[in-house]
Write a protein that binds this ligand. Structure first.
Ligand code: ATP
Ligand code: MG
Length: 456
């Protein structure tokens, strides 16, 4: 009674700088609203990205790749994250940065392969025996810690479940109590517990409680019908990488239940090519039988010019595979040398044969007004107040250096204002922040001018 659900190994997204963006901001006909969901301007690129979203949803994009190009700070990364938001949480989205492949422990292509598999989802439908109902009570029973000391441990937990037809009291193992805590289950929630694995799943809040306080994020569900113990279709979303991880240390048989259900330690274990092939084989079987459905997601490689020729070759080949996600690349480089070659120049540092198969989306520089609006949105997200003059000044910085630099000035300027005992940021605070922190261009100039003073 302790098989856990496969722990999803989704990667943390670095979204703090894009937290004001909540989607592509497109109308239902696919055209871009000038200002929506935190996005300002850049209409063509957003519309193009919307088209990509549609293709992904229609599952017509597998094995294809898109390249976002444009000057620094023109919203390439922001667009990629907006795409992931449009796709929703059920479609895997795996972000990475080109330079991540250079690790001393893992081969470059291995890093790419792993991320490819993080971006391919599998939705598995199984009929399982579950206890389902509205929670009427959760009473953990404590006992002395067998290891001594003053702390207590939970020895078992009593859970009451109610359906339209009746009520049942279950006496459960402490491992299930952990599951209840993890799913943040409270009295009044509708949950189910898989009878053979003990996995707990919160379905939603019982609609008998709908009026109590209106939390927006809450999903209300009706009181389940039938008996507490019943058969139910259980849907699990996992990625191929989750399956690789779960099976790197085989414990059970080859059926999907044990494949899905193996207890995962966060520690990295060896995933071999052979294991991946085995998993692909089983996955393909399940897809053929209709038990599982493939959900190709998105692999986003930012700063793709950091990859070298070996990685590009790998990428080219991986895109041909039948199990391939959509790959979105982004770069701000123009003509440059392809890494790993002596002097082969190529646009964006990407070999021509790969470039040739990419759909390319360009992002354009912003106008002063657009930058102003973006900074206003950003200030609001960060809870900062600027007066009109300060907003104009920081927007000008956005034009003269970059949008990102202008955004980064906001926080120090806010601190300077606070030191003066003000809530509102004034022009002087922006100017002072700009003298304290250089932008990339100025810094590069200084290095060039005073090269004799630096070590080289
Ligand atoms: N059109 C926009 N609307 C709102 N915010 C934007 C827009 N474009 C960019 N931003 C914000 O500006 C900042 C810089 O943009 P982003 O990081 O996406 O640039 P980038 O094109 O990826 O630059 P780089 O080439 O340097 O990586 C981010 O915080 C981003 O969220
Ligand atoms: Mg970027």
């Amino acid at each position: 009674m302790q098989i856990e659900e496969v722990k999803s190994n989704t990667r943390e997204q670095r979204v703090a700088t894009h937290s004001h963006i909540r989607g592509l901001g497109l109308k239902s006909d696919g055209t871009a609203e000038p200002v929506a969901t935190g996005f300002v301007g850049q209409e063509n690129a957003r519309e193009a990205a919307g088209y990509i979203v549609d293709l992904v949803k229609a599952k017509k994009m597998a094995g294809r790749a898109v390249l976002l190009t444009g000057a620094p700070g023109t919203g390439k990364t922001a667009i990629a994250y907006a795409v992931s938001q449009e796709l929703g949480p059920k479609v895997p989205f795996c972000p990475m940065v080109g330079s991540e492949v250079y690790s001393t422990e893992i081969k470059k292509t291995e890093v790419l392969m792993e991320n490819f598999r993080r971006a391919i989802g599998l939705r598995v439908r199984e009929t399982k025996e579950v206890y389902e109902g509205e929670v009427t009570e959760i009473s953990p029973e404590e006992a002395e810690n067998p290891l001594g000391g003053y702390s207590k441990t939970v020895s078992r937990v009593v859970v009451g479940l109610k359906t339209v037809k009746g009520t049942k009291q279950l006496l459960l193992d402490p491992s299930i109590y952990e599951g209840l805590l993890k799913e943040k289950v409270a009295v009044g929630d509708v949950i189910y517990i898989e009878s053979n694995t003990g996995a707990v799943k919160r379905v939603g809040r019982s609609d008998a409680y709908a009026a109590e306080f209106d939390l927006e994020a809450e999903e209300y569900v009706p009181l389940p019908k039938g008996d507490v113990l019943k058969k139910r279709e259980v849907v699990q979303d996992v990625t191929l990488h989750d399956l690789d991880m779960a099976n790197a240390k085989p414990q059970g048989g080859q059926d999907i239940i044990s494949m899905m259900g193996q207890l995962m330690k966060p520690r990295k274990t060896e995933i071999t090519d052979k294991l991946r092939q085995e998993i692909n084989k089983v996955v393909n079987q399940y897809i053929e039988q209709g038990t599982a459905e493939l959900i190709p997601g998105v692999l986003f490689i930012d700063e793709v010019h950091m990859l070298d020729i070996e990685c590009f070759t790998y990428l080219n080949r991986a895109l041909e595979s039948t199990l391939s996600p959509i790959v979105i690349l982004a770069t701000n480089r123009g003509m440059c040398t392809i890494r790993g070659t002596e002097d082969v120049e190529a646009p964006h540092g990407i070999p021509l044969d790969l470039l040739d198969r990419l759909l390319i989306i360009r992002t354009m520089p912003y106008t002063l007004d657009e930058i102003g609006v973006i900074l206003e949105i950003r200030a609001k997200t960060e809870g900062l107040k600027l007066d009109g003059g300060a907003l104009r000044r920081v927007a000008e910085k956005g034009i003269s250096s970059s949008l990102r630099y202008a955004m980064q000035l906001l926080t120090p300027a806010a601190i300077l204002a606070k030191l003066q005992g003000r809530e509102e940021i004034l022009t002087a605070d922006i100017d002072e922040a700009a003298t304290l922190f250089f932008d990339a261009k100025t810094s590069a100039q200084l290095v060039a001018q005073q090269s004799e003073r630096f070590l080289s």
